[in-house]
Design a protein around this ligand. Structure first.
Ligand code: ZN
Length: 376
């Protein structure tokens, strides 16, 4: 038996792996910070062996509330990621599975690697509706890529979307993939109507260093990018520094920042309710957007989410959504999807999955079309 994570987005520490019935693992810290929660590794030489994997430090991770009701994902072909029986005793997370093949992968959520990201942008640039460019380079010299969809114009709304500030929240880029497939579909009436009156600037992966290293929350300088928006620097957070600079150049009429939440088993959004100067007009457009999205996707709901004042106000104002919402007085939302499942529409076999992220990403375009007249 062999266990390895020496590949794109891989992460695990092996404590003991001499017998399949008692595999002892530790979840590894981010490459340059103390956050920890993400794992993705390969197990070889185990066909028909009853595997029992213990994640010994589960209770010491960044979000221990992420483990109750959570099921590890597994895949033989790295395309189909299914859930396996998992339990949490308050200290150790234990997953059990008997593979049908010799070689398989386990992860916290279906990974979306840097390689897959490169495939996504290469595919997108072939569309006549889309232009690919590079915003900047990261701390380690990877590219931060930007997709412009549609043409800018004086009367057009400017819609910005970013994902993977927190690199372990891979559902964010699955969401973007589904959104792009619809937005670049020249036969889709929602997308055609949107692009008549708006231009999209989409950063599918703003933290490729963190994604490559298999980090949960930080870049290669140890920065949590979603706490860098007030004072980003070229040294510590160039990814935010340059994307933000570009947003100031284009202006912003709507902004969506796509994330995942470890603990809450629902899809929800967090907006600008606490920014200084939040007024009735701002509230109205937020409420309209939420109402429309509920019409377009039963996977979206507004009952469960973060309570108001979930973050201290100083911290809150360093986050992308609050910074952009207060600077541009525009619709700005953090979108959160579950690592577990949507408990309103549970799927025991797959849980919340790449396919469901993609459908959910496509569905947000309907809500954006409906609020479009109010954006400018
Ligand atoms: Zn996040």
């Amino acid at each position: 038996m062999r266990i390895t994570s020496h590949f794109d987005s891989g992460s695990i520490e092996v404590v003991k792996a001499d017998k399949p019935s008692d595999i002892q693992l530790k979840i590894r810290k981010d490459s340059h910070s103390d956050f920890l929660q993400w794992f993705y590794f390969r197990v070889s030489g185990v066909e028909s062996e009853a595997l029992t994997m213990h994640f010994l430090n589960a209770s010491e991770t960044s979000y221990p509330d992420g483990w109750p009701d959570y099921q590890v994902v597994a895949s033989y072909d790295r395309q189909e990621w299914f859930r396996i029986p998992t339990s949490f005793d308050g200290k150790v997370l234990t997953a059990k599975f008997t593979p049908q093949y010799n070689d398989l992968y386990f992860a916290y959520f279906a990974p979306y690697t840097v390689e897959r990201h490169l495939d996504l942008i290469a595919w997108a640039q072939l569309s006549p509706l889309c232009q690919l460019s590079r915003v900047c380079q990261t701390v380690e010299g990877r590219d931060v890529d930007l997709l412009q969809v549609g043409e800018p114009g004086a009367d057009k709304a400017v819609i910005w979307i970013t994902a993977r500030q927190h690199p372990g929240e891979s559902m964010g880029e699955w969401f973007i993939e589904g959104l792009l497939e619809r937005l670049l579909d020249e036969d889709d009436p929602v997308s055609r109507s949107l692009l008549n009156k708006s231009v999209f600037y989409i950063v599918p992966n703003i933290n490729p260093d963190g994604v490559f290293h298999g980090n949960l929350r930080t870049n290669a300088a140890g920065a949590n990018l979603n706490r860098e928006w007030q004072n980003p620097t070229q040294e510590k957070s160039p990814e935010v520094f340059y994307v933000r600079e570009l947003m100031h150049k284009t202006g912003v009429d709507a902004y969506l920042d796509v994330h995942g939440d470890e603990a809450i088993p629902y899809n929800f959004v967090a907006g600008c309710d606490e920014i200084p100067g939040y007024d009735a007009k701002h509230k109205h457009i937020q409420d309209s957007f939420k109402a429309f999205w509920q019409e377009f996707s039963p996977d979206f709901q507004v009952k469960h989410g973060y309570p108001v004042a979930h973050h201290q106000i100083d911290e809150y104002m360093t986050m992308a959504t609050s910074y952009i919402g207060s600077t541009f007085k525009c619709l700005a939302y953090t979108i959160e999807m579950p690592f577990k499942d949507n408990f309103n529409l549970p799927d025991p076999e797959y849980g919340w999955s790449p396919e469901r992220c993609k459908r959910f990403g496509a569905s947000v375009l309907g809500a954006l079309l409906k609020v479009l007249p109010e954006l400018k």
